[in-house]
Design a protein around this ligand. Sequence first.
Ligand code: GDP
Ligand code: MG
Length: 735
Amino acid sequence: MIKVALIGNPNCGKTTLFNALTGATAHVGNWPGVTIEKKEGIYKKGKEQVQIVDLPGIYSLSPYTPEEIVSRNFLIDENPDVIINIIDSTNLERNLYLTTQVLEVDKPVVIALNMIDVLEKQGDTIDIKKLEKILNVPIIAISALKGTGLKELIDKVIEINNDKRDGYTVLTESPLYHLYQKALDIVKSETDMVNPIFHAVKLIEMDEVEKSRNPQLIKEIASLEAKEPLDEFEGDFGGKVADARYQYIAKYFSNIITKKNEEHFTKSDKIDKVLTHRIWGIPIFLVIMFLVFHLTFSENLFFIGAFIKEGTFDIPIIGTDAINSPGVMLQSCMELLTTTIGDLLSGWLKNAPTWISSLIVDGVWEGLSSVLSFIPQILCLFFFICILEDSGYMARVAFIMDRAFRRFGLSGKAFMPLLMCFGCAVPGIMATRTLENEKERRLSVMLAPFFSCGAKLPVWGVFAAILFAGRYGDLVVFSMYLLGIVIAIITAIILKFTVLKGEPAPFIMELPAYHLPRAKSVGIHLWEKLKHYIVRAATIITGAIIVIWFLSTFSFKMQMVEDSGDSILGVIAKGITWLFIPLGFGKGSDGWKFVVAAFTGLIAKEMVPATLGTFAGMDEDLVLGGDGETLRNSALAALIGTISVPAAFAFMAFNLLSVPCMAAVAAAKGEIESRKKFWFTIAFWMITAYVVSFIIYWVGTYWWIGIILLGIIVITITILVLVKKHSQTTMKLSE
Ligand code: GDP
Ligand code: MG
């Protein structure tokens, strides 16, 4: 079998080609990092079977991100038989930058000149014969989307499969030639590395991978480079090599493409004039996002409720005196389904021993239902986001946000993962993998829980209905979202100046042409995202809920207890409640109940109101499904009434900022490589939660503490600014 690697820039159509060749349904997307792992498939149509490997898109073979490392390692270490280098023909010159590096590998290469349909539509032509002659490898014009040229491409792959091809580097024609020759001699005489030309060039570039793999060779090359005369690059050989590549491309390829009209404004350009407008870009985006959230979470679709008299109708699923959004309707359906099944289960198990029915109904099924109950809204939110992504809009948003984010040590690319956290921190944290810079990745993971996720909504809902007799419910919920964002900004700035010093990676991204979202690709994308949520959430949350059920149902003597205060969890919580007295909600004889609730919240936030409800002796359905009036007259309201309003806010803040849920912890563990940094992140979440709750409680209780605090903050900032100015002036002086 022939092993073929697909390599090319992001968005040049690799995955589309992969799917077309193998019949697979890998996700095709406009978002960088969609293909973060390699995918393999088989082309079966010809005489010979061909194995195709789709690799993450890259701009260069000197890696910065985990995805780029995947691509380079595959090419260099896994020895494919043939390389297909895909080039977006509408972006020829920029794509050739990667090609100059691919050609350095000693492997048969065929270039697939993709998007030829777009090129033809624009009326432009590329002189393929001439391109073939200069690059000295076969070139096949294809359209991965329309399926043209694919057979020729595979035929060519089979034809050149056994060819011997020596790598070629553009340094041959550059002032660096003599250095390159010496480097090549060293590589060839001192090692038996395959792809000596590739390695020689990477050594000259002082490439990071080469540095760690061949420290001895790097030393020798560095001493050679030290002897070179200084020029405008001042010893930056990576920059010199890059320059040589650009010069080469400019020299040979600037006139290979004939454009019909020198400057054509495409439809996309026209749309971009509006959507990425310097001033209107962000407001437009906010309106679009508001619509998405509105369609997912609102119980008053398009504010129709304002025109309907109270008490007019109350139809399950549709709404009460207003129309529910599609997201809420779907959620109601799911609720109906899970409660029906729950009732059926407890009916069946009526005669079973209590611990069995308790385990199955209150433990396993409760756990599964809480996982299921979020699927409709997550599905809904992702659906809209997938549409925005597939249409090409999200790529623009990252671009619009870049400037604002830079101040907080993030780049525009971090925007998308963080936005996703409003839905659920798990996919948000996993999406940080697309960020180039390790520090930026860690920072984004650390900030992720501060963006109030869907599972926290039930917590806010309960407090909104009960605090202030429900009069300021919307403000209570809004204040939590706002608090999260403000804390994220403050901690990002603090981290940027302390633990995570350094600049975010420069922002380079393809802005793909807008197009109508395709049902198939939205569907595939949606399923991929949902699958992750279901699998992770179902295993981790359900497992955790069973554990909690056990700990809160049994005593240390392994007997079922009536009062959960006597359970294992209750006894432990009572033991540590003093820790939470400074936060207000640990005070009083019922304080431990809030502490237990907060701790169950570390497993999954929807457990918080459920636990409080259980302590108040209420059915969970009433807590999560009851309307405001019922809640206010319930035992739960009485329980929440035992703590002061500032303590209630401190409690909410603690839930907002602490470890979001076990599924998110698992996701964070997956994205943060080092153990130490992972535990640091967990500690960071807990400490932030504690400190902020502490401040909220004390400032809320004694307003003058707020004034003192404000004074301290103003003075600190003034001093910091003065110190910074001073050091800048001294720096200027010393220059
Ligand atoms: P990848 O990042 O290299 O895997 O690129 P994708 O396969 O995800 O494709 C990026 C975008 O280009 C998608 O919207 C594709 O539909 C589109 N695309 C890919 N190949 C072609 C093509 O030959 N013609 C046209 N018009 N669009 C294409
Ligand atoms: Mg792809």
